[in-house]
Design a protein around this ligand. Structure first.
Ligand code: ADP
Ligand code: MG
Length: 429
């Protein structure tokens, strides 16, 4: 993923390069395309994840691409809760628009209004403002918001915390009804959703979950289970738990298809989503899942990566990923500040080394449970599966290894060497 592939214009790319950014952050990658598409967007991602550029870059692109009328009138309004934030956002606007014919200004309270007013008088395209000073200058007739095309509410959660709701509502009345609205927030509370509902029009909702802190709020569990019993166990968990929206991860596309079929034949609505599916099929599966027509979405890591799905109460690893980081990405789909989620992993003997790797990465021991009737196979090999190997063959291979647990030391160390080599390969893939 590059900034260029997001469709930003050359002068903006130049400014990004000058700033030293190499790749878009996750929230930028998710938010920029719908903003460029002139959609209303509700975006949430933790503080420090680059939300400012997430709206500023596409906003500048839009303004510079259609500069027909209302030149040097306030065409974009960015509201921020504090003067520090206003100043920061304005600094970004200036940097990113260095190679564009766009002018901006910033206004906030606590300082003399004169310099701010004279800057606005000279004609500006983008205004960054705190609500109080904005309303103040507007009521004095010193600025007009009648030509605003893009309205941004930055740090929306802090706005609410600071009691700006009424001011926001007053600002809304001063800008044209037909406009593009963007709302960015670090958290995603009920109140934020309510506010979004009142401001945004058919918004595209994007989220990027923090990758490390997420792990702490998510309840994790490992079910040790025989490989051959995994399908039955997952069906039991979903049915008995009466879970209605479950994201399941498999390591392979075939695995995803196979599991999806088995779920469907046992009466659980499910759809697979992976690289071999057409865009149309993926969109349909995703829409079905979001609208709760489909209970289970079975996905591979790569397919799930860019997926725009809201956070879920349950994520199940039908198989552990061979790359530990992918585990963190996967379970980041569940849980969020306040509402915690559950991430379950079905782990068979041959995934033991993957589990160790994951526990090392997250610096946590994941509690293990064994369910009666779904016990792990005591004779199964703990040797990891090679990536790309047909999973269906595994049980046969395992049975060949029966009794090897007590093999000679030299044989064991040989196996360990092989295992390490495989793991290294895994990590390169
Ligand atoms: P947020 O609004 O989510 O709190 P900011 O927009 O303030 O985050 O950005 C946080 C920091 O990350 C800033 O210093 C910013 O310059 C930097 N940053 C933003 N986008 C990128 C990127 N794509 N690559 C590298 N650094 C970035
Ligand atoms: Mg911010």
């Amino acid at each position: 993923m590059s900034f260029k592939s997001l469709g930003l214009s050359e002068p903006i790319l130049k400014a990004i390069a000058k700033k030293g950014y190499e790749t878009p952050s996750p929230i930028q990658a998710k938010a920029i395309p719908p903003v460029l598409d002139s959609k209303d967007v509700l975006a949430s991602a933790q503080t420090g994840t680059g939300k400012t550029a997430g709206f500023t870059l596409p906003l500048l692109h839009i303004l510079s691409e259609n500069q027909r009328h209302h030149r040097r009138q306030i065409r974009a309004l960015i509201l921020t809760p504090t003067r520090e934030l206003a100043a920061q956002v304005y600094a970004n606007v200036k940097e990113y628009s260095e190679f564009l014919d766009i002018r901006g200004a910033v206004i906030f309270g606590g300082v003399n209004q004169k310099p701010q007013v004279s800057k606005i008088r000279q004609g500006i395209d983008v205004l960054v403002a705190t609500p109080g000073r904005l309303l103040d200058l507007e009521s004095q007739g010193l600025l007009s918001l009648r030509h605003v095309e893009i309205f941004v509410l930055d740090e929306a959660d802090r706005m609410l915390d600071m009691g700006f709701l009424r001011d926001i509502e007053r600002v809304m009345k001063l800008i044209p009804a037909k406009r593009q609205n963007l709302m960015f927030s670090a958290t995603f509370s009920k109140d934020i959703k309510k506010l979004a509902y009142s401001i945004l029009h058919n918004p595209v909702q994007v989220e990027a979950t923090p990758e490390n802190t997420a792990v702490e709020v998510i309840e994790q569990k490992v079910y040790r289970v025989a490989k051959t019993k995994k399908t039955d166990l997952i069906i039991k968990l979903i049915s008995e738990g009466d879970w209605q929206q479950v994201l399941v991860f498999t390591r392979t596309k075939h695995g995803a298809n196979r599991l999806t079929k088995k779920m469907i034949s046992s009466g659980i609505t499910a759809a697979a989503i992976h690289g071999n599916k057409s865009q149309g099929a993926r969109t349909k599966a995703l829409a079905g899942f979001k609208s709760a027509k489909i209970r289970v979405l079975v996905a591979t890591d790569i397919a799930a990566r860019g997926l725009d799905i809201p956070l879920l109460p349950h994520v199940i690893n039908f198989e552990l990923p061979n790359i530990s980081e992918d585990y963190v990405h996967r379970i980041g789909r569940t849980g969020r500040a306040g509402a915690s989620g559950e991430a379950l992993s079905l782990v068979s003997a041959d995934e033991t080394s993957y589990l160790r790797g994951i526990e090392k990465l997250i610096a946590q021991k994941i509690p293990v449970e064994i369910i009666e009737g779904f016990e792990p196979d005591p004779n199964a090999s703990t040797e990891p599966i090679k990536p790309g190997q047909n999973r269906q063959r595994s049980p046969r291979r395992n049975s060949k290894h029966k009794g090897e647990g007590g093999g000679s030391n030299s044989r064991n160390s040989n196996r360990n060497r092989n295992r390490n080599r495989r793991r290294n390969n895994d990590n390169r893939n």
